[in-house]
Design a protein around this ligand. Structure first.
Ligand SMILES: [Zn+2]
Length: 568
């Protein structure tokens, strides 16, 4: 009798669910953004979505039925730009405070001078001056005062400010010249010719010795696991590491083999574009031959990343028009347009070689000059080899032009952008460039209109913690800023006409990011056949006041049908 009932409930061929979430508001993020009540899961896959009654019918006898009590559910979120391994180790030696002013920086340097023996290096990395309220580097003299007996390096992006002892130990004096042929500029006092302590794009000459404890392999695994668990707590179930070193790849592989990877990881391997082309080709061929280049939904080595220009936080993004003379960015040349690190011919060769090896190329391209150069390189490759199926990518893509956007749409070029930067840095950028020149700064609406698939990411590189990290990786912060475009420290909106809808904001962190990593058939929406990655929210992202979106909390996170995070 029991058998007969089962046979009736589950006609031959239909799958049986072992988990059914029902009575929810489930945003499937399918093509029509359909909302359903329930989802049925078998193993790691979604086997159906629909009404409570329909989905309960799929439940097997031992299935767990979970009443969502009206809660909103989204697909597991995806961050398309992180540097998780180094970020997880950033505070391995000691906790580093948040720094909002030069005084905060000097206080921290002074405290380190007290904690370390004389002569040991004090290094402050990536505390961007454009994010300090003072908007300047600490000076050589200030650093001398804060730490007279320790060499100090305050490094942001490609630039650094150092104290007298650091200059001395590095052999950088009045007569020092850059002779290695690579880019760089030592700032000097116009009267005496002495270095001011500010080094542009040449911190490679600073002979810094890392003063911190070295993590053991076990420490490295534990820190990364801790970070991935924190990602899960803000709703992330997938990440794209955009510049992994060989050791990082190995660490991800170890976690995967131990069954300890709690985020799906797509890897763009870092390639040093300054190497000779033969070496670059060899590195790409080796990457394509790596067993991790075969698809696996937990770990996939499928791309490469190079650096095309500098950054907007350090006044070195490569722009189409001059940056303009600026005290904040220490720019005194009115024709200065930023730093470009790869010449056109080589950029083309790198892009072409990557795609020939079935590797998605991406380049760090912040300024509109860099974005256009990269799009042009992809277009040139497209003349002999259709690029659309390789989904060549632009990382950051902050300053854009309509011309670049339209060309990207035509060629099938994708982009990973960092919405939180608009919030963090918008005020400084308005001051530097003026409002009008920012018409295509993070132009989300134009990207959607021109059918460019763009994804949201954080560029997480330091610390663990969704809001305290640099850059903050809480994806709800990212979604929120695309709705408001309201930078901090100002009451001005930054081109409100580029705001997008909530549905689109959600797409940035789900299906679009899945497309960026060639996985839109596997994940990124709650649809039959896809991986059962989903999150339960503490409020309704589709109807709550816009300003609350950044504070949305995650109650449960499921990865492949398994509960991996439960809010306490
Ligand atoms: Zn990055």
């Amino acid at each position: 009798m029991l058998l007969a009932v089962c046979a009736m409930a589950h006609p031959a061929g239909a799958q049986t669910a072992d988990l059914v979430l029902y009575n929810g508001k489930i945003a499937t993020v399918d093509e029509n953004f359909r909302i359903v009540e329930a989802v049925a899961i078998a193993g790691d896959r979604i086997i159906g979505t629909g009404s409570n009654t329909e989905m309960k019918k799929l439940a097997g006898t031992k299935a767990r039925l979970i009443d969502l009590k009206g809660k909103t559910v989204l697909p597991g979120l995806i961050d398309s730009h992180v540097h998780s391994v180094s970020a997880s180790l950033h505070e391995f030696d000691h906790r580093i405070p948040e720094m909002e002013t030069v005084a905060d920086v000097l206080k921290y340097v002074h405290s380190r001078a007290g904690a370390l023996p004389d002569g040991q290096w004090i290094v402050v990395r990536q505390v961007f001056i454009t994010r300090l309220r003072d908007q300047r580097f600490p000076t050589r003299e200030e650093l001398d005062q804060a730490a007279p007996r320790n060499p100090v390096m305050f490094a942001t992006g490609p630039d650094a400010s150092v104290n007298s002892l650091a200059l001395k130990l590095s052999g950088i004096d009045k007569n020092f010249k850059i002779t290695d042929g690579a880019p760089g500029r030592i700032e000097r006092d116009p009267v005496t010719g002495e270095p001011t302590g500010i080094l542009r794009s040449c911190s490679r000459f600073i002979k810094v010795v890392n003063p911190g404890r070295e993590p053991t392999p076990e420490d490295r695994r534990n820190r990364l696991k801790e970070l991935l668990a924190d990602y899960n707590s803000v709703g992330l179930t997938s990440i794209a590491d955009r510049d992994a070193e060989d050791g990082d790849v190995e660490l991800y592989r170890q976690l995967k083999d131990r069954g300890e990877l709690t985020c799906r990881v797509f890897i763009s391997l870092g390639v040093n574009a300054q190497m000779p082309m033969e070496q670059i080709e060899a590195r790409m061929a080796a990457t394509a031959a790596n067993p991790l280049h075969r698809y696996d939904n937990m770990l996939w080595l499928r791309g490469i990343k190079v650096y095309l220009d500098g950054g907007m936080l350090t006044g070195s993004a490569y722009m189409l028009k001059p940056w303009g003379v600026s005290k904040v960015y220490s720019i005194d040349d009115p024709n200065y347009r930023g730093m470009r690190y790869i010449e056109p011919g080589k950029l083309y060769s790198i892009a072409r070689t990557a795609m020939k090896n079935n590797l998605q190329p991406t380049a760090h391209s912040v300024g509109d000059g860099a974005v256009e150069a990269l799009v042009d390189a992809y277009e040139e490759v497209n003349n002999e080899l259709p690029v659309a199926k390789h989904r060549p990518c632009i990382s950051h893509s902050n300053f854009m032009t309509l011309r670049a956007i339209q060309k990207m749409g035509r060629l099938g070029v994708v982009a990973d952008l960092q919405p939180a930067w608009l919030w963090l840095d918008g005020a400084t950028l308005i001051k530097q460039f003026g409002y009008d020149r920012l018409a295509y700064f993070q132009p989300y609406k134009s990207l959607f209109e021109n059918k460019v698939v763009a994804g949201g990411g954080s560029d997480h590189m330091q610390k663990i913690g969704g809001f305290r990290s640099v850059n903050p990786y809480n994806p709800f912060l990212g979604m929120w800023i695309t709705l408001t475009r309201q930078p901090r420290w100002t009451d001005q909106t930054l081109h409100a006409e580029q705001r997008i809808t909530r549905e689109q904001a959600i797409r940035l962190y789900t299906i679009n990011n899945a497309y960026l990593t060639f996985e839109e058939k596997e994940k990124g929406s709650i649809e039959k056949g896809k991986l059962a990655d989903l999150i339960v929210l503490d409020r309704d992202i589709l109807t709550c006041p816009a300003d609350e979106v950044k504070n949305i909390g995650v109650e449960q996170t499921y990865l492949g049908g398994k509960l991996i995070y439960q809010r306490q």
